[in-house]
Design a protein around this ligand. Structure first.
Ligand SMILES: *[C@@H]1O[C@H](CO)[C@@H](O)[C@H](O)[C@H]1NC(C)=O
Length: 409
């Protein structure tokens, strides 16, 4: 019955046991996590803000103890002065990888751990010198979906202060499983199509409510004891074993109406419902999808909702690879069901033909390039269909400056 947590635990311990080497096509990546920061002791040269200070603008899903969940949760703060430190609480997982940056500069990385304060800005850090005079916006994102951080506080120079960073008018929420969360991609969620897409839009707030193993169908997967996305959408923590250990079957509720509502919701689901041991019948998947959309529409009536068709395997047939599509008919029917409403708010996005067999890695998830292709098509779709401008701010996916160094063949 508790197959899901078991699987998630296995995946997690697997990911913790690997070394800090990124292998790209079998070769180690040079300096995969640049920007590692050191721990410090706070003294009276610092001014500290508690985790619940209104100046700290949390992004994505965090619970009432300021513990991060799901994919790419983060926060932004605007600070004056030239130093900044973050204190992590006891519920921070060992070695969690966080990405951080100032403004739209390239992402830097650091592993952080519980009960420690790390200095991210100031002498001895990559940001020893700040890019401009005046205040800066600092952003942090948790890259690992299986691990998380607890924010205990943010500190700046005693003569300086934090202020609330500006927020973008539009917001996007992306809902899915491991494909959306970037499992097995180079920087996990930071390399996922969902993150690349949000970075490609640039001028939006976003949350990625995605977690490996998540099902759309409620109480039908993994032998029937596991909730689906319609239930998790109203809860702060994710379906992983870390959340189970902390909250068992009773996680904190998440009020989707408490924050800025999303203008656009993108749903990519089906992979986990479809696979063994779940094999949810098409009719149940279809019904579950209708309920999920109705539920989101009820809470965010103005949101456009995009449903994606879901690729399956690429099978070698004769001299070509043939892509399969899962729940193709059901997803099409979900779209048809909402098509004739007075206002059109459900859109169908066909993923067929975007990826090829070599955009899927040996663990059956998109390669970094595969993620970029999905994101690129979705960005163009958003521009053409919804008229949104693309205003990327800095890197969309870190570490993808690939080039050829052979001039003379
Ligand atoms: C830092 O994070 C990476 C990515 O999750 C991981 O592979 C590595 O083991 C971590 N390093 C430490 C020292 O925790």
């Amino acid at each position: 019955m508790w197959f899901a947590p078991l699987v998630l635990t296995t995946l997690l311990s697997w990911s913790l046991s690997v070394s800090a080497t990124i292998l790209q096509n079998g070769q180690p990546r040079d300096d995969p996590y640049p920007g590692q920061v050191s721990t410090i002791k706070l003294d009276n040269s610092w001014r500290s803000y508690d985790a619940d200070a209104p100046e700290i603008a949390y992004k994505g899903r965090w619970d009432s103890k300021h513990i991060s969940w799901w994919s790419a949760p983060g926060f932004k703060v605007k600070f004056s002065g030239s130093k900044l430190a973050i204190s992590f609480g006891e519920h921070t997982s060992e070695g969690t990888l966080v990405a951080y940056r100032i403004g739209a500069l390239d992402w830097l990385f650091s592993n952080v751990t519980a009960d420690a304060t790390y200095q991210f800005i100031g002498p001895g850090t990559e940001y020893e010198e700040l890019p401009t005079d005046g205040d800066h916006v600092f952003e942090l994102r948790v890259t690992n979906w299986g691990r998380g951080v607890q924010i205990a506080g943010v500190s700046v120079d005693v003569d300086d202060h934090l202020t609330q960073p500006p927020t973008y008018k539009k917001k996007v929420e992306i809902i899915g499983g491991s494909l959306t969360g970037g499992q097995y991609a180079t920087y996990e969620t930071l390399s996922s199509w969902a993150f690349v897409y949000a970075q490609g839009l640039g001028n939006v707030e976003f949350g990625i409510t995605a977690y490996p193993g998540a099902c759309l169908s409620d109480m039908q997967c993994y032998g029937g004891g596991v909730h689906g996305m319609i239930w998790y959408w109203h809860h702060a923590s994710d379906p992983g074993s870390r959340a189970r250990e902390m909250y068992d079957h009773d996680p904190e509720e998440w009020d989707v109406t408490a924050e800025q509502p999303a203008d656009l919701v993108i749903i990519q689901m089906g992979g986990n419902d479809h696979r063994s041991p779940n094999e949810i019948p098409g009719e149940n998947f279809y019904q579950g999808y209708i309920e999920l959309i109705e539920n989101i529409h009820h809470h965010w009536p103005d949101a456009s909702i995009v449903i994606m068709t879901q690729w399956g395997f690429w099978n070698l047939k004769g001299d070509e690879y043939v892509q399969s599509v899962i729940y193709e008919e059901e997803i099409q029917r979900v779209y048809e069901h909402f098509k004739d409403r007075k206002w059109r708010f459900v859109y169908l996005f066909h993923t067929d033909g975007i990826l090829s067999h070599n955009d899927i890695n040996p663990k059956n998830h998109p390669t970094d390039v595969g993620h970029i292709k999905i994101a690129s098509h979705m960005l163009q779709w958003t521009n053409l269909m919804l008229g949104w401008e693309l205003k990327p701010r800095g890197e969309m996916q870190h570490g993808t400056l690939y080039w050829n160094n052979m001039e003379n063949y």
